[in-house]
Design a protein around this ligand. Structure first.
Ligand SMILES: [Zn+2]
Length: 448
């Protein structure tokens, strides 16, 4: 890197980034209630101190969203750098430090949000500050966006911004959010870099059976709960056809290259390998891998009677269905109706169906993200990833942006396992190198 990057004091930027993150982690934005306004006020203060104006809007009292734009020359479309201000609950009984104490211990900064995802927000902020100070000429606008409520469905955050403040993201073609990064593993031959290009999307389904109510002492085969159980049995015994998206195939090819023999055998042509019964059985025992090649149905809620001796007139089951990109809600509902094969059971979509989405792994931004990961860990193999959960990126993909999940952090499974868990933390090495990596990546893709 030359040009503006030459004038950046990376050591000083790393120290400043660690300090900003420590202060941000000390603001309790547990959702509920969120209180993201406190976080937004902090961010606005830091931006203002650098002469970068920002705008804060509350979607409800205390539920703040903030936007700041670092202008480019407009020759290329902008990039939205978005993170959520809110964090999930931390059970203090199981933490060895105060989750909002900003504790630095043994080279790690501890706190709820240290990974998910105040750290990424601070990377965005640090990069913006560095580029502003270096007076780096930009081709693209960089849009810093901090949102509320991601951990509870985004109604007060990303979805509010998409509906009410669409002008905030005007002129952008890309969005970058959380996850991704470099995974190290004792069993890997090389680190695996992840760039999230798609997320499975939820289709909340409810199956409802209705029948005559009666006394529990005199049951008959077709009570509402009995019909429902048989329908669920048929659903669970059925399997959606496995489908290997080209991007998933690509992921497994890259994964195979870091696995010791014979672990990745058959990953080079997954669709063909999955036609082999033994391979298929083995492959599907890994829950994560199984979820990457099919639309899934998890029965998560069951409701019948309020009383043991009353046969209820109605019984229902809530199903967490996650669709693979390319599946259509209407087709899934028709398939479910077909396999349960009972006209008297109602199948309803109970919530906003989200259209499955995928951003291509061949854009200019994807290439910059991949190169940045290889600069961070030169031996890393970079793979596109389809997330089986979801983040705010689906909202911005629905707005027409290509959305990616990316971070410059190098972590093993143990560190990742702290997300939503106990003693969430991020190493100072990741903070320092991450701030540099993020800034250089943005210079690469947006620098003039
Ligand atoms: Zn998150």
């Amino acid at each position: 890197m030359d040009g503006p990057a030459m004038s950046i004091d990376w050591k000083a930027l790393g120290d400043e980034t660690a300090d900003l993150l420590r202060r941000y982690l000390m603001i309790d934005t547990t959702n509920p209630p969120g209180n993201e306004l406190a976080g937004a006020t902090f961010l606005a203060g830091v931006l203002a101190g650098e002469g970068i104006p920002s705008e804060t809007v509350e979607s409800a009292p205390g539920r703040a969203n903030l936007m700041a734009r670092l202008r480019g020359d407009g020759s290329l479309p902008g990039i939205v750098l978005h993170h959520h201000i809110d964090v999930v609950y931390a059970d203090r009984r199981y933490w060895t430090v105060d989750p909002f104490g900003g504790v630095l211990r043994d080279g790690y900064l501890y706190g709820r949000g240290a990974i998910d995802m105040k750290s990424t927000g601070i990377m965005h902020l640090a990069a913006l500050l560095a580029l502003k100070r270096a007076k780096a000429p930009l081709k693209r606008d960089l849009i810093f966006l901090a949102t509320a409520d991601e951990e509870a469905g985004s109604a007060y955050g990303a979805r509010f911004v998409a509906d009410q403040r669409r002008d905030w993201i005007a002129g952008a073609e890309y969005a970058i959010s959380e996850l991704g990064g470099i995974e190290t593993h004792a069993g890997f031959k090389a680190p695996l870099g992840h760039i999230v290009i798609s997320e499975k999307t939820g289709l909340p389904l409810t199956l409802t059976a209705k029948s005559q109510p009666g006394h529990g002492s005199m049951p008959w085969p077709d009570t509402a709960p009995h019909r429902l159980i048989r329908a669920l049995n048929r659903l669970l015994a059925s399997e959606r056809p496995l489908r290997v998206l080209p991007e998933v195939q690509e992921y497994f090819v890259r994964l195979a290259s870091v696995l010791p023999e014979p672990e990745g055998r058959g990953y080079d042509d997954l669709a063909r390998s999955l036609r082999d019964d033994a391979f298929r059985a083995r492959f599907l025992t890994r829950r994560l891998h199984a979820a990457m090649v099919r639309t899934t149905f998890a029965v998560t809620m069951l409701h019948g009677s309020e009383k043991r001796n009353v046969i209820p007139p109605e019984a229902w089951a809530g199903i967490d269905c996650r669709m693979l990109a390319g599946d259509e809600p209407a087709e899934i509902v028709a398939w479910v109706k077909g396999v349960i094969d009972d006209d008297q059971i109602e199948v309803t979509v109970t919530g906003e169906p989200k259209v499955p989405n995928l951003s291509p792994p061949d854009t200019a931004l994807y290439k910059s993200l991949a190169e940045a990961l290889r600069r961070r860990a030169p031996e890393a193999v970079v793979a596109p990833e389809i997330l089986v959960g979801f983040t705010d990126n689906w909202v911005f993909r629905r707005c027409g942006l290509h959305g990616y999940g990316w971070s410059p952090f190098i972590m093993d499974e143990g560190e990742w396992g702290r997300v939503h868990g106990n003693d969430e933390r991020l190493s100072l090495e990741n903070i320092h190198a991450g701030a540099r990596c993020y800034t250089e990546m943005l210079l690469d893709v947006a620098g003039a």
